[in-house]
Ligand binder design. Structure first.
Ligand SMILES: [Ca+2]
Ligand SMILES: [Ca+2]
Ligand SMILES: [Ca+2]
Ligand SMILES: [Ca+2]
Length: 441
């Protein structure tokens, strides 16, 4: 009587028990030497590998039970055949292997043992996949963390490249050095002439700061306005020289003596207002230029027959338009007034109405549009100071002119005297004499 067939589970366990006894499962290399027959050879490359005998038996048993040969039989059958032939006849293990092979050979193709092997392989593959995903996730996390660390270190140690402050340096005062907020120099440029002043401003209102500079003698290019970007690259330059309106011995170079950046006209666009003068003659010019699209454009000009020293601006009457006040000298007034020598002068112009020439109008240009124009004869040897202050505290600021001995004049828009300041040392013979007055609307 034929013994009762073992259940698929029992048979599976028996397979495992018998294979565990085989030394061929000691390592992956030894095991591969069995896969040399024609039937087994194609399976060798995908043979599972493991770190110990027990795991190797599990993996290879499931693999061989699920892999089918061309005749439909599981690959485990020829494997058991080859393995069994490695043992001597009479060896108990050889008999066990042979018994197993026969039992498996008797199984129908849909035996549950194959499902058991399939299931086990599925979970094993899934476990491997999970491990691979876990490793991948850890790699991604560590890569992201490393990048974050690098970015943090770079960010924390980055140098601030924004221009905060600019200074003029060098023996010839012709080197512009930009500093960041921490006071570290971030760039420097050397220009061809002495730099009189540098200003940091977003002059073209594009959200980025520019550095604006102006030059005078000594050097090859006095009289120029220069605009640099925040990295020190020269964006544009403009020569304030222009053929003078006065007859005589003018040169072809000017010196800028002062400038400022402001929205003169209240239209939202900033202008540069500069005063410059012939390098060795008496013609002076005030010019308003706009810097837009990396180009300069002259908006207006005003001529003066004598040096111009300073330019300042404030909105005196609060209408949004800046009033400009300049100090300098006038060399031609002595030709029409009972005075001798070049007179210190102070005058005002409305930012939106800059045109013409100062008195006594000897040049080739219309009469000027100044709000008022005054000179200070001796003993006032120069205009000591100009400023803006609400002298009578009515909420409207006045021009504040200070001459020798601390004598002050507080003037309204049209040059009317709102108040006088008589300081210690101010004598009656210190005078401010108006040549034109009240031309503004
Ligand atoms: Ca800008
Ligand atoms: Ca403007
Ligand atoms: Ca105004
Ligand atoms: Ca006032």
């Amino acid at each position: 009587m034929k013994p009762e067939s073992p259940s698929p589970n029992d048979l599976y366990r028996r397979c495992r028990t018998v294979l565990l006894k085989c030394n061929e499962f000691d390592n992956d290399t030894t095991l591969r030497t069995i896969f040399i027959t024609k039937e087994l050879d194609p399976l060798r490359d995908r043979l599972p590998e493991a770190t110990n005998r027990s795991r190797r038996v599990d993996a290879v048993l499931d693999y061989l039970l699920t892999m089918r040969l061309s005749d439909g039989h599981p690959a485990l059958l020829p494997f058991l055949q080859v393995l069994n032939e490695r043992y001597y006849r009479g060896d108990a293990l050889r008999d066990e292997l042979e018994t197993l092979r026969i039992a498996l050979g008797d199984l129908p193709p849909d035996s549950a043992i194959y499902s058991i092997a399939k299931r086990r392989r599925f979970w094993m593959e899934l476990g491997r996949l999970k491990l691979a995903l876990l490793i991948l996730a850890l790699l991604v996390i560590s890569a992201v963390f490393s990048l974050f660390c690098i970015w943090s270190v770079t960010w924390l140690t980055r140098e601030d490249r924004r221009v905060y402050d600019v200074q003029i340096e060098g023996q010839d005062r012709n080197i512009i050095v930009a500093h960041n907020q921490q006071g570290s120099p971030i760039w420097q440029v050397k220009v061809d002439s002495r730099v009189i002043e540098v200003v940091v401003d977003d002059i073209d209102q594009d959200g980025k700061q520019e550095v604006i500079a102006a030059t005078q003698e000594p050097g090859a290019r006095p009289g120029w306005l220069l605009v640099f970007d925040a990295t020190g690259k020269l964006m544009a330059e403009h020569n304030t020289w222009k053929k003078v309106i006065y007859a005589g011995g003018a040169s072809d170079q000017f010196n800028v003596t002062d400038f400022l950046v402001t929205d003169l006209t209240g239209d939202g666009n900033k202008e540069i207002v500069a005063v410059s003068q012939d390098v060795y003659w008496y013609a002076s010019r005030l010019v308003a230029v706009r810097f837009q699209g990396e180009k300069f454009r002259e908006m207006s000009e005003y001529w003066n027959p004598g040096l111009l020293n300073t330019v300042d601006a404030a909105d005196i009457n609060g209408d949004g338009i800046q009033e400009i006040v300049c100090t300098g000298e006038n060399n031609d007034l002595q030709a029409v007034y009972p005075i001798r020598g070049n007179m210190p002068v102070v005058f005002a112009l409305e930012g939106s109405k800059i045109a013409g020439q100062a008195p006594p109008w000897f040049g080739d240009a219309p009469e000027g549009t100044e709000l008022w124009y005054a000179y200070a004869p001796p003993p006032s040897i120069h205009i000591a100071e100009v400023g803006f202050v609400d002298a009578d505290e009515d909420g409207v600021i006045e021009f504040h002119i200070t001459l020798a001995g601390n004598c002050s004049w507080y003037l309204d828009l049209k040059g009317n005297i709102v108040k006088r300041g008589i300081g210690t040392g101010c004598t009656d013979d210190v005078e401010l004499i108006f040549v034109t007055q009240g031309q503004g609307d």
